[in-house]
Write a protein that binds this ligand. Structure first.
Ligand code: PEP
Ligand code: MN
Length: 275
């Protein structure tokens, strides 16, 4: 992969560890699970989700305040109000938060509240956003575009890194294929390819990759076995009532069970999940 410079292994022959604080590092021996609802819906919903995922062993709370929805009539997120709820929930639970930024105009605002800024699949080649993300002093979670090659994805990370920000976590979330049984097709080989060609940490989102909560556990386990540094999992206190992505959201009970199973897999490959 010749066009890769800064993100390539040749540039840095050791794994990049994205450091949130002394106890929270992505890309180190510990597997980091980020979990929470697709979208921030209310104070009660977010707090319930946060306590549930914290109890299960998640280290980061996810929740979208700005939602990229296929339909303009679907719930678009609570925006700044959602960011405030995320900050409030972090204060109450101690969990750092990852949330999506969709537009350069919102970047500073989102960065005020978030611990990790997520650049979603649909924005993976929003080059203006990538460049601005490279100038902000916060870790970036860069999702793979829904129809992006691994090289295009890594070049998107190159945009961020070329502006001075090396705190990048890649996230494989499934790609578009001819298959219709799942929402997307999880490309687990991407984890192995990224590990081979890049020094950046990579996590897997089995929720968007499958679109169905029944398939999330199997793909989460496969991701850890394949060498992913973490997971991004949608968990909702009441998936049937979720305003966004309910069918792929785990209940707190299913999430807790999954975390226990994941610990066994992590141990089998010489890593750990603190639960
Ligand atoms: C999300 O994580 O909420 C999301 C919208 O994911 P993606 O960008 O992978 O579709
Ligand atoms: Mn979602």
């Amino acid at each position: 992969m010749t066009p890769l410079k800064l993100v390539a292994r040749q540039h840095l022959d050791q794994a990049t560890v994205v450091t949130l604080n002394e106890e929270l590092k992505v890309g180190d021996r510990e597997i980091i699970v980020m979990a929470g609802p697709c979208a921030v819906e209310s104070k009660e919903q977010l707090l319930a989700a946060a306590y549930a995922v914290k109890e299960g062993g998640a280290r980061v709370l996810r929740g979208g305040a700005f939602k990229p929805r296929t339909s303009p009539y679907a719930f678009q997120g609570l925006m700044e109000e959602g960011l405030k709820l995320l900050a409030e929930t972090r204060r109450e639970t101690g969990l750092p938060v990852v949330t999506e930024v969709m537009d350069t105009r919102d970047l500073e605002l989102v960065a005020e509240y978030a611990d990790i800024l997520q650049i979603g699949s649909r924005n993976m080649q929003n080059f203006a956003l990538l460049k601005e993300a490279g100038r902000i002093g916060k870790p970036i979670l860069l999702k793979r575009g829904l129809a992006a090659t691994i090289e295009e994805w890594l070049l998107a990370a190159e945009y961020i890194m070329s502006q001075g920000n090396d705190q990048i976590i890649l996230c494989e979330r499934g790609i578009r294929t001819f298959e219709t049984a799942t929402r997307n097709t999880l490309d687990l080989s991407a984890v192995a390819v990224v590990k081979e060609v890049s020094h950046l940490p990579v996590i897997v989102d089995p929720s968007h990759a499958t679109g169905r909560w029944q398939l999330v556990a199997a793909m989460a386990k496969g991701a850890i076995a394949a060498g992913a540094d973490g997971l991004l999992i949608e968990v909702h206190p009441n998936p049937a009532e979720a305003l966004c992505d309910g069918p792929q959201s785990l209940t707190p009970a299913n999430f807790h069970k999954l975390m226990q199973d994941l610990q066994k897999i992590a141990q089998a490959i010489g890593r750990e999940i603190a639960i």
